[in-house]
Design a protein. Structure first.
Length: 413
């Protein structure tokens, strides 16, 4: 069974006590042939798409207009900080945790706010109860953010083992499952989606295997969340980290780490912020020191967080939840077809998997790949060159017509 990464995220209804939460009615009326009105979305939220084809969300996602406006408004208030009382700032962060929880099928108590993916992976590496002789299993060709924190554990006698990829360059899940039988393997660290080819792991299968062996499952989800549904209430993950600047269409400096509720109390963070401790919400008695860590995931937060980035994050989450992540996934799948048809006609190698292991990332490797990439740039088509392939990463605002233009540019000499 292709794991439960296809599980439906919860509907985008209002959150309790959150007056700014997304409505259950999408602001984008349904088009007869689409699940939402892409043209309206482009006009209202991404007006620059009229003259540029942007297919680079796996590098950096654009900010919707609503998010840009929220950032402008917040920074006007920041210029006069008496307009930003502490209670409103704390309430805003609480809203962020609730929205993220809604997005991934978790509870707000399992969400800690961070500034990027790497912080969450590093937190896990230092907080998990690992001992000399333990092994952390990592697939080769992972993005560095999911490698270096584990490599650094050699100072504690913990080894990181890189498992070779398949001939296609994809994670070898069969070999990972085989190695999990080794009782020395205490952590399996994987990316939900591989940055260089778009491979989507069978998270349900890996989760079941780690439950059998007692290993911890740590997931780098930055290339998946925002384009693929994920329900952590159905698929057990121990720690999951995600920056918001890519598929979540949010500012740099916003992100989160999820810690399963059963694990929160067992993890002792190596670095703490002053708001990681009980009682520090009350700013009138800060010198009544209490070294009791919070019982929820806020024990892993480092303050002071960039409030303006989380104000923008909230606005982008509102947009994505109102459209629906399932709808976004299905829309992106239709966008791949013109490029796949070109690849079949031309004989160009498709680096990305299709079917159950496919994602919103589509990578192709034509002959003279660097020259082809330059030709696309000259045609105002923004994409990336990664690991010898051209990486296209369209999102909710792209259209089939744009992808047909991409196919034409690929075919021209």
């Amino acid at each position: 069974m292709k794991g439960e990464t296809d599980a439906v995220t919860r509907s985008a209804g209002p959150l309790p006590g959150d007056q700014g939460a997304p409505s259950s009615v999408s602001p984008f009326p349904v088009h007869p042939s689409r699940s939402y009105d892409v043209d309206l979305l482009r006009t209202t939220e991404f007006p620059w798409t009229a003259d540029t084809i942007y297919l680079n969300n796996a590098s950096i996602g654009p900010l919707p207009e609503r998010t840009r406006l929220v950032l402008d408004e917040f920074n006007r208030g920041r210029a006069a900080p008496h307009k930003l009382p502490d209670r409103e700032l704390f309430a805003m962060l609480a809203d962020t945790r609730r929205r993220i929880a809604q997005l991934v099928g978790a509870s707000a108590e399992e969400i800690a706010l961070t500034v990027n993916t790497g912080f969450g992976i590093s937190m896990a590496a230092r907080a998990l109860p690992l001992a000399p002789g333990d092994i952390v299993l990592v697939s080769d060709k992972e993005f560095p953010a999911n490698v270096y924190p584990w490599l650094r554990l050699k100072d504690r006698g913990v080894a990181m083992e890189l498992v070779p990829t398949t001939a296609e360059g994809w994670p070898d899940e069969a070999r990972l499952l085989e190695r999990l039988r080794d009782p020395r393997v205490r952590v399996l660290a994987v990316s939900l989606v591989q940055f260089s080819n778009g491979y989507l792991v069978d998270l349900g299968r890996l989760s079941a295997a780690t439950r059998e062996t007692g290993a911890f499952l740590v997931v780098d989800a930055i290339q998946g969340i925002g384009q693929l549904p994920l329900d952590l209430s159905r698929t057990r993950v121990d720690v999951l980290a995600c920056g918001a600047q890519k598929w979540l269409l949010s500012p740099w400096g916003a992100g989160f780490v999820y810690v399963h509720r059963d694990l929160i109390g067992a993890l002792d963070p190596a670095i703490t912020g002053w708001l990681s401790f009980e009682g520090t919400d009350d700013l009138t008695r800060l010198t009544q020191y209490d070294d009791t860590l919070r019982a929820d995931a806020r024990r892993f937060e480092l303050m002071t967080l960039p409030y303006q980035d989380f104000a923008g994050f909230n606005a982008s989450l509102e947009l994505l939840l109102s459209i629906g992540i399932e709808q976004i996934r299905d829309h992106i799948a239709t966008l791949h077809q013109p490029v796949l048809a070109w690849a079949e006609r031309s004989g160009a190698r498709v680096v990305s998997p299709r079917g159950a292991s496919g994602s919103g990332i589509l990578c192709v490797a034509p002959e003279g790949v660097q020259a082809v990439h330059r030709r696309l740039k000259a045609a105002r088509i923004v994409c990336s060159l990664r690991e010898g392939a051209i990486r296209f990463s369209p999102h909710c605002y792209n259209t089939v017509a744009e992808m047909e233009r991409v196919a034409q540019a690929l075919a021209s000499d």
